[in-house]
Design a protein around this ligand. Sequence first.
Ligand code: NAX
Length: 328
Amino acid sequence: STTPVKVAVTGAAGQIGYSLLFRIASGALFGADTPVELRLLEITPALKALEGVVMELDDCAFPTLAGVQIGDDPNTIFDGVNHALLVGARPRGPGMERGDLLEANGGIFAPQGKALNSVAADDIRVTVTGNPANTNALIAMSNAPDIPKERFSALTRLDHNRAISQLAAKTGASVTDIKKMTIWGNHSATQYPDLFHTLVGGRVAAEVVNDQQWLESTYIPTVAKRGAAIIDARGSSSAASAASATIDHVHDWAAGTPADDWVSMSVCSDGSYGVPEGLISSFPVTVANGTWSIVQGLEIDDFSRGRIDATVKELGEERDAVKGLGLI
Ligand code: NAX
């Protein structure tokens, strides 16, 4: 039999965890023939609730679930893990400034980065879903000097999937007709969903739509503010869709991308497209053999340039803020 893949999930007793764990346990990441072992990290007060979730996992009798371990110490939970899905984060509370938020999350992602650095498996791959995801990933990466930088990523796949879904609705195409979607920059309201390289049935999406006004005033804000619209409607933030996007991201990082498509991942910039080296920024990437590569050679027009520069500027400001706080 195959050795189980060890998958750590933090914030496992939270909303996203409640959807994510069952997908992972059912084999959605690596297929029905690869057993997975779950390593679930929570803060101490949430461990009792997490025990209840584990009871439900047991009750599913998933054939692919080889074991579950829970705890509140990252040095124990991350021991030997191949994938770490960092979902647990500190949400912005009332009256909290951005600096406070970054500092609170630094208190989570710096020690988790250090723990991964000392105890994770050699092939560790880290995916940060917890917000502010890009900067949290930067903090974890900066605190794990022995792990190659390309093993850290942040989730912009939910934005990518939202962008595909909105474009499909506008054009009447099915989601499978849409290829080469790109989200650039930060997982925040400044993100830029780019329709100038996206294809709808093989044709450039911006030309199919042929409506710059819709693109600027409807499409981009609808995609970028979708999280807020979900909160308005549901009374709590996106959870099942965020879990599904996290599955897509990790699945494709392991399995690779098809020859005629790419995905959006926030990864450590090598300076491509004028994004300063070292920032964790969303790019179009292809994946082969567990390694991502930023798609090269795309032509960026003035409109796209302005949008990319604005979201990357925000990432630079977040980096400067956490640097100022001594977190990186
Ligand atoms: P919840 O508040 O339901 O769950 C978060 C869990 O994390 C809680 O159970 C909490 O106890 C735990 N936690 C806090 N600090 C921890 C630590 N140091 N170690 C381990 N666990 C810890 O939030 P949920 O709705 O599940 O969302 C989780 C994160 O995902 C949030 O930061 C949220 O903003 C972010 N999101 C990111 C998205 C993305 O596309 N990148 C979209 C969805 C979501 O908004």
